[in-house]
Design a protein around this ligand. Structure first.
Ligand code: AMP
Ligand code: GLY
Length: 419
Protein backbone atom coordinates (compact mmCIF):
# COMPACT_ATOMS: atom_id res chain seq x y z
CA UNK A 1 0.00 0.00 0.00
CA UNK A 2 1.19 3.51 -0.83
CA UNK A 3 0.05 6.50 1.22
CA UNK A 4 0.18 10.28 0.95
CA UNK A 5 0.51 12.73 3.84
CA UNK A 6 -0.31 16.38 3.14
CA UNK A 7 1.67 19.02 5.07
CA UNK A 8 5.28 19.89 5.83
CA UNK A 9 5.98 20.14 9.55
CA UNK A 10 7.04 17.99 12.46
CA UNK A 11 3.48 16.72 12.76
CA UNK A 12 3.57 15.36 9.21
CA UNK A 13 7.04 13.89 9.82
CA UNK A 14 5.66 11.97 12.82
CA UNK A 15 2.58 10.78 10.89
CA UNK A 16 4.66 9.66 7.90
CA UNK A 17 7.30 7.91 10.04
CA UNK A 18 4.64 5.97 11.94
CA UNK A 19 2.85 5.00 8.74
CA UNK A 20 6.13 3.72 7.29
CA UNK A 21 6.52 1.42 10.30
CA UNK A 22 3.17 -0.22 9.50
CA UNK A 23 3.03 -3.63 7.85
CA UNK A 24 1.96 -3.59 4.26
CA UNK A 25 3.02 0.02 3.66
CA UNK A 26 5.61 0.16 0.87
CA UNK A 27 5.94 3.88 0.45
CA UNK A 28 4.86 7.08 2.15
CA UNK A 29 4.86 10.34 0.20
CA UNK A 30 4.61 13.73 1.86
CA UNK A 31 3.49 16.83 -0.04
CA UNK A 32 5.33 19.13 0.15
CA UNK A 33 7.15 17.82 3.28
CA UNK A 34 10.64 18.94 4.28
CA UNK A 35 14.08 17.50 3.50
CA UNK A 36 14.63 16.34 7.10
CA UNK A 37 11.89 13.72 6.73
CA UNK A 38 13.73 11.98 3.93
CA UNK A 39 16.33 10.77 6.47
CA UNK A 40 13.54 8.44 7.69
CA UNK A 41 12.77 7.09 4.23
CA UNK A 42 9.86 9.36 3.37
CA UNK A 43 9.49 10.48 -0.27
CA UNK A 44 8.76 14.14 -0.92
CA UNK A 45 6.33 15.39 -3.55
CA UNK A 46 6.83 18.96 -4.67
CA UNK A 47 3.16 20.01 -4.63
CA UNK A 48 1.75 22.65 -2.25
CA UNK A 49 -1.14 21.92 0.11
CA UNK A 50 -3.50 24.26 -1.74
CA UNK A 51 -2.96 22.64 -5.16
CA UNK A 52 -5.82 20.18 -4.79
CA UNK A 53 -6.07 19.11 -8.43
CA UNK A 54 -2.34 18.40 -8.69
CA UNK A 55 -2.46 16.42 -5.44
CA UNK A 56 -5.43 14.44 -6.74
CA UNK A 57 -3.63 13.74 -10.01
CA UNK A 58 -0.56 12.56 -8.08
CA UNK A 59 -2.66 10.30 -5.82
CA UNK A 60 -4.38 8.72 -8.82
CA UNK A 61 -1.21 8.20 -10.81
CA UNK A 62 0.60 6.63 -7.86
CA UNK A 63 -2.20 4.35 -6.62
CA UNK A 64 -2.40 6.05 -3.25
CA UNK A 65 -4.70 3.99 -1.00
CA UNK A 66 -5.64 7.03 1.09
CA UNK A 67 -4.24 10.39 2.14
CA UNK A 68 -3.75 11.80 5.63
CA UNK A 69 -4.34 15.56 5.78
CA UNK A 70 -2.24 17.42 8.39
CA UNK A 71 -2.88 21.19 8.32
CA UNK A 72 -6.00 23.13 9.27
CA UNK A 73 -5.89 25.51 6.29
CA UNK A 74 -6.00 22.59 3.84
CA UNK A 75 -9.06 21.19 5.64
CA UNK A 76 -10.73 24.60 5.75
CA UNK A 77 -10.14 24.88 1.99
CA UNK A 78 -12.13 21.68 1.43
CA UNK A 79 -9.29 19.35 0.42
CA UNK A 80 -11.15 16.29 1.72
CA UNK A 81 -14.29 17.20 -0.23
CA UNK A 82 -12.21 17.57 -3.40
CA UNK A 83 -10.43 14.23 -2.86
CA UNK A 84 -13.74 12.48 -2.18
CA UNK A 85 -15.34 14.00 -5.28
CA UNK A 86 -12.44 12.62 -7.30
CA UNK A 87 -13.15 9.17 -5.83
CA UNK A 88 -10.19 9.26 -3.41
CA UNK A 89 -10.19 8.49 0.28
CA UNK A 90 -8.76 11.03 2.70
CA UNK A 91 -8.50 11.01 6.48
CA UNK A 92 -9.68 14.39 7.70
CA UNK A 93 -12.96 16.29 8.06
CA UNK A 94 -14.91 17.87 5.22
CA UNK A 95 -14.86 21.65 4.98
CA UNK A 96 -18.18 21.81 6.82
CA UNK A 97 -17.04 19.48 9.61
CA UNK A 98 -13.73 21.36 9.93
CA UNK A 99 -15.70 24.54 10.64
CA UNK A 100 -15.37 23.47 14.30
CA UNK A 101 -11.84 24.88 13.97
CA UNK A 102 -12.05 27.51 11.25
CA UNK A 103 -14.85 29.46 12.90
CA UNK A 104 -14.71 29.96 16.65
CA UNK A 105 -18.24 31.37 16.50
CA UNK A 106 -19.53 28.19 14.82
CA UNK A 107 -17.76 26.06 17.45
CA UNK A 108 -19.39 28.12 20.19
CA UNK A 109 -22.85 27.77 18.63
CA UNK A 110 -22.47 24.01 18.45
CA UNK A 111 -21.26 23.83 22.02
CA UNK A 112 -24.15 25.90 23.34
CA UNK A 113 -26.71 23.98 21.26
CA UNK A 114 -25.46 20.55 22.37
CA UNK A 115 -24.62 21.42 25.97
CA UNK A 116 -20.82 21.18 25.79
CA UNK A 117 -19.19 23.09 28.69
CA UNK A 118 -17.25 26.16 27.51
CA UNK A 119 -16.64 29.78 28.51
CA UNK A 120 -19.57 32.23 28.29
CA UNK A 121 -19.16 34.46 25.23
CA UNK A 122 -20.41 37.03 22.77
CA UNK A 123 -19.61 37.38 19.04
CA UNK A 124 -19.19 40.83 17.50
CA UNK A 125 -18.39 42.44 14.19
CA UNK A 126 -19.10 45.95 15.46
CA UNK A 127 -16.32 47.53 17.53
CA UNK A 128 -18.58 49.72 19.70
CA UNK A 129 -20.72 46.72 20.64
CA UNK A 130 -17.60 44.67 21.42
CA UNK A 131 -16.25 47.49 23.57
CA UNK A 132 -19.52 47.81 25.48
CA UNK A 133 -19.56 44.03 26.12
CA UNK A 134 -15.95 44.09 27.40
CA UNK A 135 -16.71 47.04 29.70
CA UNK A 136 -19.78 45.28 31.05
CA UNK A 137 -18.00 41.94 31.66
CA UNK A 138 -14.76 43.39 33.07
CA UNK A 139 -11.29 41.79 33.07
CA UNK A 140 -9.65 39.33 32.83
CA UNK A 141 -11.34 38.55 29.54
CA UNK A 142 -10.31 36.80 26.31
CA UNK A 143 -10.59 38.27 22.79
CA UNK A 144 -10.33 35.90 19.82
CA UNK A 145 -10.32 36.43 16.07
CA UNK A 146 -13.13 34.25 14.66
CA UNK A 147 -11.09 32.63 11.88
CA UNK A 148 -7.77 30.84 11.51
CA UNK A 149 -4.85 33.01 12.66
CA UNK A 150 -1.93 30.57 13.10
CA UNK A 151 -2.60 30.39 16.84
CA UNK A 152 -1.91 34.11 17.16
CA UNK A 153 -5.46 35.45 17.10
CA UNK A 154 -6.08 35.11 20.86
CA UNK A 155 -5.46 37.84 23.43
CA UNK A 156 -5.87 36.95 27.09
CA UNK A 157 -6.40 40.46 28.43
CA UNK A 158 -5.65 41.29 32.05
CA UNK A 159 -7.31 44.69 31.84
CA UNK A 160 -10.35 46.16 30.09
CA UNK A 161 -8.02 48.52 28.17
CA UNK A 162 -5.98 45.61 26.75
CA UNK A 163 -9.14 43.81 25.69
CA UNK A 164 -10.57 46.92 24.00
CA UNK A 165 -7.25 47.43 22.20
CA UNK A 166 -7.29 43.81 20.97
CA UNK A 167 -10.85 44.20 19.67
CA UNK A 168 -9.80 47.46 17.99
CA UNK A 169 -6.79 45.75 16.33
CA UNK A 170 -8.98 42.97 14.97
CA UNK A 171 -12.19 44.79 14.04
CA UNK A 172 -10.96 48.23 12.98
CA UNK A 173 -7.28 47.80 12.09
CA UNK A 174 -7.78 44.44 10.33
CA UNK A 175 -4.71 43.00 12.06
CA UNK A 176 -5.81 39.46 11.19
CA UNK A 177 -7.49 40.28 7.89
CA UNK A 178 -10.76 38.45 7.30
CA UNK A 179 -10.07 36.10 10.22
CA UNK A 180 -10.56 39.06 12.57
CA UNK A 181 -13.58 40.58 10.87
CA UNK A 182 -15.59 39.00 13.68
CA UNK A 183 -14.38 38.46 17.23
CA UNK A 184 -15.45 36.05 19.92
CA UNK A 185 -15.09 37.59 23.37
CA UNK A 186 -15.19 35.12 26.21
CA UNK A 187 -14.97 34.60 29.90
CA UNK A 188 -11.47 33.88 31.26
CA UNK A 189 -11.25 30.31 32.51
CA UNK A 190 -8.84 29.47 35.29
CA UNK A 191 -7.24 26.04 35.55
CA UNK A 192 -4.74 23.64 34.05
CA UNK A 193 -4.78 23.20 30.28
CA UNK A 194 -4.55 19.86 28.54
CA UNK A 195 -5.37 18.42 25.14
CA UNK A 196 -7.50 15.45 24.32
CA UNK A 197 -7.27 13.89 20.86
CA UNK A 198 -9.49 11.27 19.27
CA UNK A 199 -9.62 9.41 15.97
CA UNK A 200 -13.21 9.83 14.80
CA UNK A 201 -15.65 8.53 12.23
CA UNK A 202 -19.20 9.75 12.88
CA UNK A 203 -20.22 8.63 16.37
CA UNK A 204 -17.30 6.21 16.74
CA UNK A 205 -14.24 7.64 18.43
CA UNK A 206 -10.98 6.36 19.87
CA UNK A 207 -9.34 8.51 22.54
CA UNK A 208 -5.58 9.00 22.56
CA UNK A 209 -3.33 9.60 25.59
CA UNK A 210 -3.73 13.07 27.16
CA UNK A 211 -1.12 15.65 26.19
CA UNK A 212 0.12 19.03 27.36
CA UNK A 213 1.61 21.58 24.99
CA UNK A 214 3.75 24.61 25.95
CA UNK A 215 2.57 27.46 23.74
CA UNK A 216 4.63 30.38 25.05
CA UNK A 217 8.08 30.93 23.57
CA UNK A 218 10.11 31.11 26.78
CA UNK A 219 10.58 29.32 30.10
CA UNK A 220 7.93 29.80 32.76
CA UNK A 221 5.23 30.36 30.11
CA UNK A 222 6.66 33.80 29.31
CA UNK A 223 6.89 35.54 25.95
CA UNK A 224 4.70 35.43 22.87
CA UNK A 225 2.37 32.58 21.86
CA UNK A 226 3.89 30.14 19.37
CA UNK A 227 2.68 27.06 17.56
CA UNK A 228 4.06 25.07 20.53
CA UNK A 229 7.55 24.69 22.03
CA UNK A 230 7.29 21.20 23.50
CA UNK A 231 4.85 18.69 24.88
CA UNK A 232 4.48 15.44 26.78
CA UNK A 233 2.00 12.59 27.01
CA UNK A 234 0.25 11.32 28.99
CA UNK A 235 -0.22 14.09 31.56
CA UNK A 236 0.61 12.06 34.67
CA UNK A 237 -1.22 14.21 37.22
CA UNK A 238 -4.50 14.15 35.29
CA UNK A 239 -6.77 11.47 36.77
CA UNK A 240 -8.59 9.05 34.46
CA UNK A 241 -11.87 10.39 35.91
CA UNK A 242 -11.19 13.76 34.21
CA UNK A 243 -10.64 12.00 30.88
CA UNK A 244 -13.85 10.00 31.37
CA UNK A 245 -15.78 13.16 32.25
CA UNK A 246 -14.36 14.95 29.17
CA UNK A 247 -15.48 12.07 26.96
CA UNK A 248 -19.01 12.10 28.38
CA UNK A 249 -19.58 15.85 28.56
CA UNK A 250 -17.53 17.02 25.56
CA UNK A 251 -16.52 14.42 22.96
CA UNK A 252 -19.79 12.44 22.81
CA UNK A 253 -22.17 15.43 22.62
CA UNK A 254 -20.10 17.37 20.07
CA UNK A 255 -19.86 14.36 17.73
CA UNK A 256 -23.61 13.70 18.09
CA UNK A 257 -24.25 17.39 17.42
CA UNK A 258 -22.13 17.35 14.28
CA UNK A 259 -24.11 14.36 12.97
CA UNK A 260 -27.40 16.10 13.79
CA UNK A 261 -26.17 19.17 11.86
CA UNK A 262 -25.40 17.02 8.80
CA UNK A 263 -21.65 17.52 9.31
CA UNK A 264 -20.60 14.06 10.48
CA UNK A 265 -16.95 14.22 11.57
CA UNK A 266 -14.12 12.10 10.15
CA UNK A 267 -10.48 12.51 11.12
CA UNK A 268 -8.64 13.60 14.24
CA UNK A 269 -10.59 15.77 16.67
CA UNK A 270 -8.44 17.87 19.00
CA UNK A 271 -10.12 19.33 22.08
CA UNK A 272 -8.14 22.04 23.89
CA UNK A 273 -9.47 21.89 27.44
CA UNK A 274 -9.10 23.67 30.77
CA UNK A 275 -9.75 21.79 33.98
CA UNK A 276 -11.75 24.37 35.95
CA UNK A 277 -13.25 24.06 39.43
CA UNK A 278 -16.49 23.10 37.61
CA UNK A 279 -14.84 20.34 35.58
CA UNK A 280 -13.25 20.32 32.12
CA UNK A 281 -14.33 23.07 29.69
CA UNK A 282 -13.48 23.62 26.03
CA UNK A 283 -11.10 26.44 25.02
CA UNK A 284 -11.11 25.43 21.37
CA UNK A 285 -11.65 22.58 18.97
CA UNK A 286 -9.14 21.86 16.24
CA UNK A 287 -10.03 19.67 13.31
CA UNK A 288 -6.64 17.95 13.00
CA UNK A 289 -3.69 16.59 14.91
CA UNK A 290 -1.70 19.08 17.04
CA UNK A 291 1.85 20.13 16.38
CA UNK A 292 3.94 19.34 18.50
CA UNK A 293 1.52 16.95 20.27
CA UNK A 294 1.51 14.43 17.41
CA UNK A 295 5.25 13.96 17.81
CA UNK A 296 4.80 12.81 21.43
CA UNK A 297 1.52 10.90 21.02
CA UNK A 298 2.21 8.75 17.97
CA UNK A 299 5.43 7.16 19.34
CA UNK A 300 3.15 5.69 22.04
CA UNK A 301 0.95 3.91 19.49
CA UNK A 302 1.80 0.21 19.62
CA UNK A 303 -0.71 -1.00 17.02
CA UNK A 304 -0.43 -0.84 13.23
CA UNK A 305 -1.17 2.82 12.44
CA UNK A 306 -1.93 2.39 8.74
CA UNK A 307 -4.25 -0.55 9.48
CA UNK A 308 -5.99 1.48 12.21
CA UNK A 309 -6.69 4.37 9.83
CA UNK A 310 -7.77 1.99 7.05
CA UNK A 311 -10.26 0.41 9.46
CA UNK A 312 -11.62 3.74 10.67
CA UNK A 313 -12.08 4.92 7.08
CA UNK A 314 -13.91 1.65 6.30
CA UNK A 315 -16.07 1.97 9.43
CA UNK A 316 -14.57 -1.21 10.86
CA UNK A 317 -13.57 -1.49 14.50
CA UNK A 318 -9.82 -0.64 14.64
CA UNK A 319 -7.53 -2.51 17.06
CA UNK A 320 -5.77 0.52 18.55
CA UNK A 321 -3.30 -0.01 21.40
CA UNK A 322 -1.06 2.40 23.30
CA UNK A 323 2.03 2.06 25.42
CA UNK A 324 0.61 2.08 28.94
CA UNK A 325 3.67 3.03 30.93
CA UNK A 326 6.19 5.87 31.08
CA UNK A 327 5.99 9.32 29.55
CA UNK A 328 6.89 10.55 26.06
CA UNK A 329 8.33 14.07 26.05
CA UNK A 330 9.61 16.32 23.31
CA UNK A 331 11.38 19.68 23.11
CA UNK A 332 11.15 21.93 20.04
CA UNK A 333 14.29 23.70 18.84
CA UNK A 334 13.38 26.97 17.10
CA UNK A 335 15.19 29.77 15.29
CA UNK A 336 16.23 32.67 17.52
CA UNK A 337 13.59 35.37 17.11
CA UNK A 338 10.70 32.96 16.44
CA UNK A 339 7.69 33.57 16.38
CA UNK A 340 8.75 36.94 14.91
CA UNK A 341 11.67 37.43 12.49
CA UNK A 342 14.43 34.87 12.31
CA UNK A 343 17.38 33.84 10.18
CA UNK A 344 17.39 30.77 7.95
CA UNK A 345 20.25 28.62 6.68
CA UNK A 346 21.97 27.73 9.97
CA UNK A 347 23.66 24.31 10.07
CA UNK A 348 21.77 21.72 12.14
CA UNK A 349 23.17 19.00 14.40
CA UNK A 350 23.27 15.38 13.20
CA UNK A 351 20.00 13.45 13.38
CA UNK A 352 19.86 11.43 16.61
CA UNK A 353 19.71 7.64 16.51
CA UNK A 354 18.52 5.17 19.12
CA UNK A 355 15.89 6.10 21.65
CA UNK A 356 15.81 9.83 20.91
CA UNK A 357 13.82 10.62 17.76
CA UNK A 358 14.50 13.77 15.72
CA UNK A 359 11.45 15.13 13.93
CA UNK A 360 12.11 17.90 11.42
CA UNK A 361 9.91 20.91 10.63
CA UNK A 362 11.83 23.86 9.12
CA UNK A 363 14.78 21.95 7.68
CA UNK A 364 16.29 21.90 4.19
CA UNK A 365 19.36 20.38 2.53
CA UNK A 366 22.21 22.74 1.62
CA UNK A 367 22.54 23.48 -2.08
CA UNK A 368 25.11 20.81 -2.99
CA UNK A 369 25.05 18.39 -0.08
CA UNK A 370 22.82 16.50 2.30
CA UNK A 371 23.81 18.74 5.22
CA UNK A 372 20.61 20.02 6.84
CA UNK A 373 20.09 23.73 7.36
CA UNK A 374 17.38 25.58 9.26
CA UNK A 375 14.51 26.78 7.08
CA UNK A 376 11.70 27.92 9.38
CA UNK A 377 10.63 29.08 12.84
CA UNK A 378 10.27 25.72 14.49
CA UNK A 379 13.22 23.73 13.15
CA UNK A 380 13.34 20.29 14.78
CA UNK A 381 12.17 18.44 17.85
CA UNK A 382 13.80 15.79 20.02
CA UNK A 383 11.44 13.18 21.49
CA UNK A 384 12.03 10.34 23.91
CA UNK A 385 10.14 7.97 26.19
CA UNK A 386 11.23 7.28 29.76
CA UNK A 387 9.77 6.03 33.04
CA UNK A 388 9.12 9.52 34.41
CA UNK A 389 8.90 13.11 33.22
CA UNK A 390 12.18 13.98 34.93
CA UNK A 391 14.00 11.00 33.38
CA UNK A 392 12.72 12.01 29.93
CA UNK A 393 13.72 15.63 30.51
CA UNK A 394 17.21 14.55 31.52
CA UNK A 395 17.65 12.44 28.37
CA UNK A 396 16.50 15.21 26.04
CA UNK A 397 18.32 18.07 27.74
CA UNK A 398 21.58 16.07 28.03
CA UNK A 399 21.35 15.47 24.28
CA UNK A 400 20.56 19.11 23.53
CA UNK A 401 23.58 20.24 25.57
CA UNK A 402 25.78 18.09 23.31
CA UNK A 403 24.34 19.69 20.16
CA UNK A 404 25.53 22.93 18.61
CA UNK A 405 22.39 25.05 18.68
CA UNK A 406 23.99 28.36 17.74
CA UNK A 407 21.32 30.73 16.40
CA UNK A 408 18.58 28.45 17.73
CA UNK A 409 16.80 28.27 21.09
CA UNK A 410 14.60 25.94 23.12
CA UNK A 411 12.70 26.00 26.40
CA UNK A 412 14.45 24.29 29.31
CA UNK A 413 11.30 23.52 31.31
CA UNK A 414 9.16 21.30 29.06
CA UNK A 415 7.22 18.97 31.36
CA UNK A 416 8.17 20.78 34.57
CA UNK A 417 4.53 21.43 35.45
CA UNK A 418 4.21 17.69 35.99
CA UNK A 419 7.04 17.54 38.57
P1 AMP B 1 -6.37 29.10 21.45
O1 AMP B 1 -5.64 29.61 20.24
O2 AMP B 1 -7.85 29.23 21.39
O3 AMP B 1 -5.87 27.76 21.88
O4 AMP B 1 -5.90 30.05 22.65
C1 AMP B 1 -4.54 30.25 22.94
C2 AMP B 1 -4.33 30.23 24.42
O5 AMP B 1 -5.08 31.27 25.05
C3 AMP B 1 -4.83 28.96 25.08
O6 AMP B 1 -3.89 27.94 25.02
C4 AMP B 1 -5.08 29.43 26.49
O7 AMP B 1 -3.87 29.45 27.24
C5 AMP B 1 -5.55 30.83 26.32
N1 AMP B 1 -7.01 30.90 26.37
C6 AMP B 1 -7.87 30.81 25.33
N2 AMP B 1 -9.15 30.93 25.76
C7 AMP B 1 -9.09 31.10 27.09
C8 AMP B 1 -10.08 31.29 28.11
N3 AMP B 1 -11.38 31.37 27.84
N4 AMP B 1 -9.65 31.42 29.38
C9 AMP B 1 -8.34 31.40 29.68
N5 AMP B 1 -7.36 31.23 28.78
C10 AMP B 1 -7.72 31.08 27.49
N1 GLY C 1 -0.09 22.63 19.46
C1 GLY C 1 -1.10 23.54 19.11
C2 GLY C 1 -1.73 23.29 17.82
O1 GLY C 1 -1.40 22.36 17.09
O2 GLY C 1 -2.64 24.04 17.49
Amino acid sequence: MKLLVVGSGGREHAIAKKLLESQGVEQVFVAPGNDGMTLDGVDLVNIGISEHSRLIEFAKENDIAWSFIGPDDALAAGIVDDFNQAGLKAFGPSRLAAELEWSKDFAKEIMVKYGVPTAAYGTFSDFEEAKAYIEKQGAPIVVKADGLALGKGVVVAETVEQAVEAAHDMLLDNKFGDSGARVVIEEFLDGEEFSLFAFVNGDKFYIMPTAQDHKRAYDGDKGPNTGGMGAYAPVPHLPQSVVDQSVETIIKPVLKGMIAEGRSYLGVLYAGLILTADGPKVIEFNSRFGDPETQIILPRLTSDFAQNITDILDKKEPAITWLDEGVTLGVVVASEGYPLDYEKGLPLPEKTEGDIITYYAGAKFAENSRALLSNGGRVYMLVTTADTVSAAQKKIYDQLKKQDTTGLFYRTDIGSKAL
